[in-house]
Design a protein around this ligand. Structure first.
Ligand SMILES: [Zn+2]
Length: 246
């Protein structure tokens, strides 16, 4: 840091105040970003949970369909055995053939259902595999989300602490500043998106880049008064260039 021993004390405080206000602005923006980040992580996790649920439902649907067909087969088998019992009591060939025809028809139905069950069993293998995959990625996502949320919350606490430190320092700087100079600072800051104090160098205001009149620039260079840029109205101060290194 370069020492500026003869700087106007109010100007020095204004520079400090500006630095603190800019830091507060940056911290506030960062603190608004963190809850959004946490919500994003939670949403990603929720998507993984939904995927696992969908896979669970698909597998349950498959198993339910199989059980339904199995009970249909059982019902058909019962019918067949009833027909077989009836065959023992038939009086005519015609009745016998009719029962035999019924039995064959039901057996065909059973084979159809068994084929469907087989297809469902094959399908269930890939459904189970997909469920295992989504369970694994959910577990990974859970631990990743937990870690990231923990980090974000810790960061949030650190930033809250930093913010209250900076706010306390700002309070102290404000207390030391002449009341009307502070009021002036606040007015300019309100009009200039929070930037009320700017450096001047190379003959120009470094906030709006408009050149200063030579006399005005020379006055700014002394850092003895509270002077403003004629173009943007910001309070100006001068930082001498670093001496060339030997
Ligand atoms: Zn300016």
């Amino acid at each position: 840091m370069l020492s500026v021993p003869t700087m106007n004390p109010d100007l020095k405080l204004l520079i400090e105040l500006q630095e603190l206000d800019s830091a507060i602005e940056g911290l506030s923006a960062e603190m608004q970003r963190l809850p959004r980040k946490i919500a994003e992580i939670e949403e990603q996790l929720a998507a993984h949970i939904r995927k696992r649920e969908a896979d669970q439902q698909a597998l349950a649907g498959n198993q339910q369909a199989r059980r339904k067909r199995e009970s249909e087969i059982a019902a058909l088998r019962e019918k067949i055995s009833r027909y077989r019992n009836q065959m023992l009591d038939v009086k005519t060939n015609e009745q016998y053939r009719a029962l035999l025809h019924e039995i064959e028809f039901h057996e065909t139905e059973i084979r159809k259902l068994e084929d469907e069950i087989l297809a469902e069993m094959v399908a269930s293998e890939s459904l189970e595999e997909s469920l295992r995959g989504s369970e694994q990625s959910l577990a990974e996502e859970r631990s990743r989300a937990h870690e990231e949320i923990t980090t974000a919350k810790k960061q949030q606490q650190e930033e809250e602490k930093k913010l209250s430190d900076v706010q306390a320092r700002r309070e102290a700087a404000q207390q030391r500043l002449t009341a009307d100079v502070y009021a002036r600072y606040q007015r300019i800051a309100a009009l200039r998106k929070g930037l009320a104090v700017a450096p001047a160098s190379d003959g120009a205001c470094q906030a709006c880049y408009v050149r200063l009149r030579p006399q005005a620039y020379n006055d700014v260079k002394t850092n003895q008064q509270i002077l403003v840029c004629e173009s943007c109205n910001r309070i100006l101060y001068y930082v001498p260039p670093p001496p060339p290194s030997a």
